[in-house]
Write a protein that binds this ligand. Structure first.
Ligand code: SF4
Ligand code: SF4
Length: 303
């Protein structure tokens, strides 16, 4: 099943210190509305069945969003909007906006929440948005971004105290978060596989990975190409047939790191996306791994 993260605009209502989407130059980009609708039609024709509207704050262009969600419904595509809830100031306003989205066929709302978001958006807004979803019959969940520090406990308790559906999301140290302090960690020796749903940026560049992958600036390993030069179908095929991407999906990054010569003791000190960056944003290591994946030596590194 093909899915995509759709970055209509990187413009946001707030400026979080941990933002992965930010850090690009220019800071704010937006697709042409007519082109965005054309792309959605092309995505449907290419067999994409799910779109996540993300990047900056999608509610800034609310009328455009309604039109795009309606178009997706017309094309039988599952739709999700990732939002910071800054618009959910009162229950009345929230219910009104959510009813419009529900009417247009929105499938799910993903509410971003963290101690960084909540420096600028009151927690009450997230509560309004979640309760509005329940009242409107719209599926939702809260994405609780955390660096697992003690100061996040009160944020987690707030969600529990209000019976909200949430999932912890490890902070990704990319974009603005690249400059945040890292606490030493020691993870389990886990596979670290990634589904790798592509991300379409407002400048129409498409990346094979929607998280930290657009920030591998030395090798641009995850950059598939731009829709001004390639069709969506071509870029999806490129993503799906790249042997090294497929090893990330099937073997996971930990096994690839071990194959590349990293000590197990060193591997467990890396967060997933940072381990990925260490391997694939280094031209020499990347060249060796691409060769190993092409010759299937890498795929043979399995139990
Ligand atoms: S993390 Fe989300 S809400 Fe915060 S600045 Fe980035 S896009 Fe906006
Ligand atoms: S580990 Fe690599 S492929 Fe997976 S989300 Fe992070 S940057 Fe993307």
């Amino acid at each position: 099943m093909r899915k995509i993260a759709f970055g209509y605009s990187t413009r946001c209502t707030i400026r979080c210190a941990h933002c992965v989407a930010a850090g690009e130059i220019p800071d704010t980009q937006k697709m042409e509305f007519a082109r965005a609708k054309e792309i959605i039609r092309d995505l449907a024709a290419a067999g994409v069945t799910g779109i996540s509207f993300t990047a900056g704050e999608p509610f800034i262009y609310f009328d455009d969003l309604l039109d795009m969600v309606s178009l997706c419904r017309e094309k039988n595509m599952y739709t999700r909007i990732v939002t910071n809830s800054s618009w959910a100031k009162t229950p009345e306003k929230t219910d009104h906006l959510l009813a419009l989205l529900k009417h247009c066929g929105l499938s799910q709302l993903r509410l971003s929440y963290s101690r960084w978001h909540q420096e600028n958006v009151p927690r009450q807004n997230v509560l309004n948005a979640a309760r509005g979803c329940l009242a409107t019959g719209l599926d939702y969940f809260i994405s609780f971004v955390t660096d697992f520090s003690e100061e996040d406990d009160t944020y987690e308790h707030y969600l529990r105290d209000n019976n909200l559906k949430f999932f912890p999301e490890p902070l990704i140290y990319a974009g603005r978060a690249d400059s945040l302090d890292r606490k030493p960690i020691c993870t389990d020796y886990q596979e670290n596989r990634c589904a790798m749903n592509p991300y379409l940026a407002p400048d129409l560049s498409m990346y094979a990975c929607c998280d930290a992958g657009s920030h591998f600036n030395t090798t641009n390993f995850f950059l598939l190409g731009n829709l001004d030069d390639h069709s969506i179908q071509e870029l999806f095929v490129k993503s799906e047939t790249n042997p090294l991407y497929n090893c990330i999906r099937s073997m996971g990054i930990t096994a690839i790191a071990s194959f590349a010569g990293m000590n197990a003791r060193s591997i467990v000190t890396y967060r997933k996306c940072e381990l990925c960056k260490k391997l694939f944003d280094s031209p020499e290591t990347l060249k060796d791994l691409q060769e190993a994946a092409r010759s299937s030596d890498l795929q043979r590194w399995s139990r």
